[in-house]
Design a protein around this ligand. Structure first.
Ligand SMILES: Cc1cc2nc3c(=O)[nH]c(=O)nc-3n(C[C@H](O)[C@H](O)[C@H](O)COP(=O)(O)OP(=O)(O)OC[C@H]3O[C@@H](n4cnc5c(N)ncnc54)[C@H](O)[C@@H]3O)c2cc1C
Length: 461
């Protein structure tokens, strides 16, 4: 029996395992809700909601081809054992970046069943080879959607197709109302609207909190859960780039493509996390009250609070805000970054462990330089008139522009009903810089910042 194991590839377009399995004969498409993926990890109810929405659409797509998507809840090894009991011999088809791949591979070896895995082999190779293999993979033809998916006449009783049964599976956290909705159609619509025109101000708006939510692609959650393949996005964007008449448009799309490929590289390169000596030594004792206020968007520092409240509501933030909230808790407040990192991962709908961990480490100074971002000064650069702050902090909606980043200076501050800042942000920022300079220079006095030198705002690898 040919069994397609779906995981973080919830689509039928450009799905090579499904295409090849359908060519081989009858197919049993299966999605296993594996508890180890959902319990004791940062995945939360909002991720589960996205996955269920994606599965519902996937199920319809498979039905249209004559097949049926089956669900199971349990350990992947147990599910495979039961499938083997039913069919005597099974051929497994999956993408090699499936989050369950290691377990599937081990099971297939132990039980001497065939495993066909698809996707570029990019791990543990040199950067040059990785670039070559990735480039050829991205240009390969898209896998065809099967014309027909033939279901086997016999299916084991433990598999089910009724999505209501997934309600019994409890995942921590709560669902969101204003986040992106999962599913292949939504992913394709998002890509189409980006390429039809949203991309025009991609670079200019990429750091601005509200404009970036419209002019960046917003494909990250769809890529994380595999509602769309990177190869499909790459080819469509490249096609558009070739057809663009304006040089300006080509530049925007080239930048987008470089981000897209950076993601693939981060996911497969085992980053050497070189912890800078001493960074751990300057951390302060854990302060649960600071952590909770940061998480709930109640620090009293408007740009941080607006960012955290927007994340809670929508599941998304742009790169600069992600960097800023991480820098604030880990570098300005000097708290250990592990708990904040897990809390953020629970909220980002596009949470991809390799990418998230890489940037948290980078922002917290474990890779390269520690970036201490001044939330007032950089806040002013990102959201000069406070439109984003006013959107997410109604208490500040009527505050004059001049006070929007430092409401505590407003004469009638206590009538606003907004939190007083939990720390003196200037002092905390300066203290963190001094501490960091000291360990960087191993006791030598730090270089004085030159007039007009701004905070680092270029975060790309
Ligand atoms: C602390 C921190 C944590 C992050 N965690 C994640 C995460 O878990 N998942 C995730 O997809 N991105 C993560 N990012 C990178 C980036 O912020 C998001 O990819 C981006 O904001 C997604 O929005 P978009 O789809 O509109 O991106 P676009 O700008 O439209 O980019 C297109 C695609 O390229 C990829 N991409 C974009 N920027 C980057 C980048 N700088 N590095 C690597 N890939 C990129 C994403 O897949 C994105 O969907 C993180 C950044 C930081 C600073």
């Amino acid at each position: 029996m040919n069994i397609v194991l779906f995981n973080n590839d919830l689509r039928i377009s450009d799905h090579q395992p499904l295409t090849e399995a359908a060519r081989a004969g009858e197919v049993l498409p299966v999605y296993v809700v594996e508890p180890s993926q959902w319990k004791g990890t940062p995945l939360s109810a909002r991720h589960f909601q996205f996955v269920v929405e994606s599965l519902e659409e996937l199920s319809k797509g498979i039905e249209e081809k004559g097949g049926e998507l089956f669900l199971a809840i349990g350990k992947i090894e147990t599910v495979l054992d039961k499938l083997l009991d039913t069919y005597d011999s099974i051929n497994l088809f999956a993408h090699n970046d499936s989050r369950l791949m290691e377990k599937i591979k081990e099971w297939a070896q132990q039980n001497q069943q065939l495993l066909f895995s698809f996707g570029p082999d990019l791990e543990n190779i040199s950067v040059k080879l990785l670039n070559n293999r990735l480039n050829s993979y991205l240009k390969e033809p898209i896998a065809e959607v099967p014309n027909r998916i033939d279901v086997p006449s016999k299916t084991p009783d433990f598999l089910f197709a009724d999505f209501k049964k997934l309600n019994n599976f409890r995942v921590k956290g709560s669902k969101i109302r204003f986040g992106q909705q999962g599913g292949e159609m939504k992913a394709i619509e998002t890509l189409d609207s980006f390429l039809e025109g949203r991309f025009a101000n991609y670079i200019e708006n990429q750091q601005k909190p509200l404009p970036s939510s419209l002019s960046s692609s917003r494909l990250s959650a769809y890529i994380t859960w595999g509602n769309i393949s990177v190869r499909y996005i790459y080819q469509k964007a490249d096609e558009k780039l070739q057809a663009c008449e304006l040089e300006e448009d080509k530049i925007q799309l080239a930048e987008f493509l470089s981000k897209l490929t950076a993601r693939v590289k981060i996911c497969c390169m085992k980053m050497q996390h070189q912890q800078m000596a001493g960074v751990r030594g300057i951390k302060t004792d854990w302060n649960e009250d600071w952590f909770q206020r940061w998480l709930q968007g109640r620090t009293g520092i408007p740009i941080i609070d607006a960012a955290m409240r927007s994340l809670e509501k929508t599941g998304w933030m742009n790169f600069s805000l992600r960097a800023m909230v991480t820098s604030f808790i880990a570098n300005t407040l000097l708290l250990d970054e592990k708990k904040p990192s897990a809390a953020l991962a629970e909220l980002y709908l596009d949470y991809e462990p390799a990418v998230h961990d890489f940037y948290i480490q980078q922002q917290a100074g474990m890779i390269g330089r520690m970036k201490i971002i001044d939330p007032v000064k950089v806040g002013r650069q990102l959201d000069p008139d406070g439109t984003f702050i006013r959107r997410y902090i109604p208490e500040l909606s009527k505050l004059p522009d001049e006070y929007i980043h430092e409401p505590w200076l407003y004469p009638a501050f206590y009538q606003l009903g907004y939190e007083a800042p939990m720390v003196d942000v200037n002092k905390a920022y300066k203290n963190a810089r001094l501490q960091y300079q000291a360990i960087r220079n191993e006791g030598k006095p730090g270089r004085k910042k030159e007039e007009g030198e701004t905070e680092q705002l270029s975060f790309d690898i």
